[in-house]
Design a protein around this ligand. Structure first.
Ligand code: ADP
Length: 352
């Protein structure tokens, strides 16, 4: 947009007033038969000059100075004192349009910041609510078992054993939640720095598969590689953290990978993508409907709350996975179809 300053405005106003004065004077003198071009000329020039200076002065006093004062306050708020001194002269030369553009930009910037803070605040509140809810359930269970034992249940050896075992399971659950929370906070605060090395991702995945084999058998899930993958596939990443990522995704594919026939198969594939290696883990489970996908990596987000708790999830696994992958400056995504299965895919930088 073309910028207009108060002098240009005064000039236009003076032109308009002069034109109107000239027209009236012209008509009046013409009708009175006292037509005098020199007189009209001098008078119009006088009107033009006086209107111009008068309106410039008025604009300066009543509009420009006041707007500049507001702008100066906004500007002072935006920049440091040192920069401020250097910029004071610049402010005086700005046109009203430039001031308007800058103020609009400032408002937009502030609005964005405000929206982000509001979102963070809501996130924080939800998070605190979730933490207390997650810890409350096992604590209430433990309280129930202890009270029953104190009320005489302790006399019954069989019952005591069952209740103590359940208490232990609930304590394990709380420890799992607290460990995961600690890990997330370390990842978020940057305390946990990555130590990337070059390693064979196939060998690491085999290690994780071996560790989960017993659990997979228990859930009637078969963990399998898409190909033989006889030669190593090198990646450059933090091995320990990538092990956590693989463990979590494979563990989920066991927990949620059962099809309606009560069994399932999780397939692991590796793809060469020039600079990166793409790792995909596909299960044949119940799948995840579209509305849940965007929130899946949020802390404590669960699609099926009961199933997740039954199979022993803290609800923090995928949040940790996402943090780890993003800390590697790589990406993770999920594709899913209800009743068909789910695929988690993430990339890692190729190693030499
Ligand atoms: P949890 O500890 O509950 O497993 P996660 O963060 O690992 O927490 O996963 C979040 C939720 O995502 C799970 O509760 C589950 O509802 C859903 N989910 C994760 N993986 C799968 C999968 N392979 N198939 C179906 N749902 C899944």
């Amino acid at each position: 947009m073309k910028s207009t300053n108060h002098k240009q405005l005064s000039f236009s106003l003076a032109l308009l007033v002069s034109f109107l004065t000239a027209s009236i004077l012209f008509l009046w003198l013409y009708l009175a038969q006292k037509f005098n071009l020199i007189f009209i000329g001098c008078f119009v020039i006088f009107i033009f000059v006086s209107t111009y200076f008068f309106s410039t002065y008025m604009f300066q006093i009543f509009v420009v100075e006041k707007i500049r004062l507001i702008y100066k306050n906004i500007h002072n708020f935006k920049i440091s004192k040192k920069e401020n001194d250097a910029q004071q002269k610049l402010i005086a030369t700005k046109t009203l349009d430039e001031v308007d553009t800058e103020v609009q930009e400032w408002i937009q910037g502030n609005k964005k910041e405000y929206d982000e803070l509001k979102k963070l605040e809501q996130y924080r509140r939800e998070f605190l609510g979730n933490v207390s809810h997650e810890l409350k359930t096992p604590l209430t269970n433990i309280q129930g078992y202890v009270l029953t034992l104190l009320d005489g249940g302790i006399e019954d050896e069989e019952m005591s054993k069952v209740f103590l075992e359940r208490t232990e399971r609930n304590i394990d659950r709380m420890i799992e939640i607290i460990n995961d929370l600690e890990e997330i906070s370390q990842l978020e605060s940057g305390v946990l720095t990555l130590k990337p090395i070059t390693f064979d991702i196939v060998a690491l995945t085999r290690e994780v598969v071996d560790l989960l084999e017993t659990k997979a058998e228990l859930f009637n899930i078969k963990l399998a590689f898409a190909e033989l993958y006889e030669s190593p596939i090198k990646v450059f990443a933090d091995k320990e953290n990538i092990k956590k990522v693989l463990t979590n995704i494979l563990d989920n594919s066991i927990k949620y990978g059962l099809n309606e026939k009560g069994r399932g198969k999780s397939k692991i594939s590796f793809f060469d993508m020039d600079e990166d290696i793409l790792i995909e883990i596909t299960d044949q489970g119940m799948g995840i409907s579209d509305e849940h996908i965007p929130r899946l990596f949020e802390r404590f987000y669960r699609v099926d709350k009961n199933r997740s708790r039954d199979v022993g999830g803290s609800g923090l696994g995928l949040a940790i996975v996402k943090h780890i992958i993003e800390a590697h400056r790589q990406s993770i995504n999920v594709r899913s179809a209800l009743g068909v299965g789910t695929t988690f895919a993430f990339t890692l930088k190729k190693g030499n």
